[in-house]
Design a binder for this molecule. Structure first.
Ligand SMILES: CC(C)(COP(=O)(O)OP(=O)(O)OC[C@H]1O[C@@H](n2cnc3c(N)ncnc32)[C@H](O)[C@@H]1OP(=O)(O)O)[C@@H](O)C(=O)NCCC(=O)NCCS
Length: 341
């Protein structure tokens, strides 16, 4: 019932079938989220960062049913990154609690074990059955964040303009659709490295991090190839020419009405001058004109990140739901499956 599947070579009809199952899950688990479009969906599944691999599986009623356009009962994938595997499992809401998630997790665990990975991680969306599912398999919660969503229709653009302009003297703000220019790579990567443990470090370490120029270049190329359009706003400290802060938003071709706010960082020496707020405010102005279909922006924050929570609240972000990272030891997981089966 579960077979390995390669989105790079799969017929288009299968890609569409997989999207149908994903959208059924979104409609049930995250009813306020936009469903996904087919635009660059194959590339989204097929492309990874250099050195990483994604292995996918489909669960089908009959082997090859998706080949005839029948949406799969469920699907799973794992991204193999150095010594960590990051997995996702989605089961059609119409056929849950029938052991399909179990089968898919078994396939993922076997592969992680065969690849020699010590542990696997998964992003677990709060208030969905995924919480009980992963806890059933003894996944441990490693990190908790909260997703916040901003409805652009509620933004007071006049006040936002004041925020965008409200920075200390000696700073200049620059906007780069598509990513920072080559000549800023070094400074950009340096600013991110300085603030490794920063505000809004919301990526749960699961998204491509970019702490050196080479990795930044690869990360931007990967985003573009997956249909994810990056937008960057940076704050330059004029006396030194260094990057004092930056904010990153990505608009996915798969759901262009809801953007993802990635990192916002202000280098510690430049905190307290209104930069975090101004960078984010300027970004919203730019997005409004660059992405006419955009209606919402979502971002993830740690509970303890009070300065960023405050900025987000001022901008009009509303808390949405908990979003946690869970981890499991691969050897224990495999042992458990051997015992169960
Ligand atoms: C989590 C998920 C993969 C589980 O798939 P599933 O096929 O229903 O899981 P299984 O039937 O294999 O369940 C295995 C065990 O997990 C536990 N479990 C699964 N769902 C559960 C639930 N809703 N409540 C309590 N326990 C649950 C049970 O112990 C279950 O064993 P049991 O049925 O014998 O008691 C599925 O609910 C899903 O796709 N959720 C997506 C959630 C998500 O991330 N949505 C957001 C992005 S679209």
């Amino acid at each position: 019932m579960v077979r390995e599947w390669d989105p790079r070579t799969a017929p288009s009809v299968e890609i569409e079938a997989v999207l149908t199952t994903l959208n059924a899950a979104i409609a049930t688990d995250l009813p306020d989220d936009p469903t996904w479009r087919i635009d660059s969906f194959r590339e989204y599944l097929a492309v990874t960062m250099p050195g990483e691999r994604r292995v996918c599986w489909l669960a089908e009623e009959e082997p090859g049913a998706s080949h005839h356009g029948k949406p799969p009962l469920g699907m799973a994938n794992i991204v193999l990154v150095a010594d960590l595997g990051v997995l996702e499992i989605t089961v059609d809401p119409a056929v849950r609690r029938k052991g399909i998630g179990h089968e898919l997790l078994g396939a993922v665990a076997q592969r992680a074990y065969a690849e020699g990975l010590p542990s696997v991680a998964v992003e677990v969306v709060g208030d969905t059955p995924a919480v009980k599912f992963y806890e059933h398999y003894d996944f441990q919660c490693a990190y908790v964040e909260f997703r916040n969503v901003l409805q652009l229709s509620t933004v007071d653009w006049y006040r936002l303009g004041e925020m965008a302009r409200g920075i200390g003297s000696g700073y200049r703000i620059e906007y780069y659709p598509g990513g920072p220019p080559e000549e800023l790579y070094e400074a950009y990567a340096e600013a991110k490295a300085i603030v490794r443990e920063s505000y809004d470090s919301s990526d749960l370490e699961l998204r491509p991090a970019s702490y050196d120029p080479e990795r930044l270049r690869a990360s931007l190329a990967t985003l573009h190839a997956r249909g994810l359009r990056p937008y960057i706003v940076v704050g330059i400290h004029e006396p030194t020419g260094k990057i004092a802060g930056l904010t990153e938003v990505v608009v996915a071709a798969q759901h262009p009405s809801r953007a993802d706010q990635y990192d916002t960082v202000v280098v510690p020496a430049h905190r307290g001058y209104g930069l975090g707020r101004a960078l984010k405010a300027r970004m919203l102005f730019e997005l409004r004109s660059a992405e006419p279909r955009l209606t919402e922006v979502q971002t993830w924050n740690a509970f303890e990140n009070e300065p960023m929570l405050k900025v987000n609240a001022e901008l009009g972000f509303e808390p949405d739901r908990q979003w946690s990272e869970y981890e499991a030891d691969v050897a224990e997981l495999v042992r458990r499956f051997d015992k169960d089966d």
